[in-house]
Write a protein that binds this ligand. Sequence first.
Ligand SMILES: C[S@@+](CC[C@H](N)C(=O)[O-])C[C@H]1O[C@@H](n2cnc3c(N)ncnc32)[C@H](O)[C@@H]1O
Length: 359
Amino acid sequence: MTNFYAKDKRSAIDAKHHAQVIAHGPIVFQVARLLRDKGILKVIENHKTGINLAGIVEQTKVPEYGTRVLLEAGLGMEMVTVDEDGKYYLAKTGYFILHDPLTNVNMNFVQDICYKGLFHLEEAIDTGKPAGLKELGSWNTVYEGLSQLQPQQQKSWFEYDHFFSDIAFPLVLKHIYKPENHIKKLLEIGGNTGKWALASTKFDQDVRITIVDLPGQAAMARKNIENLGLTERVDFYPANVLDESVQFPPGYDAVWMSQFLDCFSEDEIISIMERCGQALNGEGAIYILEAFWDNQRFETAAFCIQQLSIYFTAIANGNSQMYDSRVFKKAIDRAGFDIVEEISGIGLSHTLLKCKKRK
Ligand SMILES: C[S@@+](CC[C@H](N)C(=O)[O-])C[C@H]1O[C@@H](n2cnc3c(N)ncnc32)[C@H](O)[C@@H]1O
């Protein structure tokens, strides 16, 4: 593990500039998003020899005043450069705002799911409640409302969630279904839209999956699984795992939870893990796929995870986060499990933990 945070790396002047970028955060974000969404960056990119304000206005049809203020703010943000003749060029940061898939997924998620809700962060911090969730709808947690979000919100939420798991799933299948794990029946908690079940049934001809998720989400997954003709091998157990009286069905060789336990507080994680233990056969194991901010190869990855963690505080449920692996592992230990295998560096940012009940 690299500790990116042991030293203050900035010069004073650099730190003062960085502090200004933070102080203007919401302005910087909205300007960058509009330079992207109004097609201004694209037009500039298409003119490698530069294009002036009038040319940009003509091609984007954005009013001149609006284009000018966005571009001028974009200069300080290093999104674009300008020459003595007033011609604009795309800068490297502008290129990534325009083209980098991770940046786009994060930006859309922040805009459509987090932006308005984050205004209520202080209340969320003070109360441990997702005070910003009311900007999306009136549910106890965002997960209860996933199937009812507005189409644009739903698109951004699922694209964000799937961006990471779509990259990790193909890489992790071989670790889960290796012959020595003897998995014929797997209980997937937080099965979402059924993507893991689909990938699993393709990868392993014999495995059968039961998906546990909230009723709205289980219905969405059921529809997808039915459309794929997989109902013989995938069944459903709609339930709210926050209800401690909910027990999982028994008789499984494995429990699989991907990007799931970060949706819960430490005490809730312990309660879920304990109940998972009762669903497992004697030699069964729990497999957990998570992104831990302290277990990243790149500082930028750690930064993304730390910042989006605040979505859980203000919007998702008010009491969970993207965990520091040391905090998460303590919860596993308190639930009575040992980590018997750990594989880091899966996909963009994930770690796989195999956990066995302590004897
Ligand atoms: C972040 S998504 C992860 C989805 C998927 N496993 C993946 O890796 O892409 C979390 C999933 O947990 C489900 N979930 C959240 N809270 C839940 C609860 N209290 N009971 C059951 N499922 C829940 C959500 O509906 C969602 O499908």
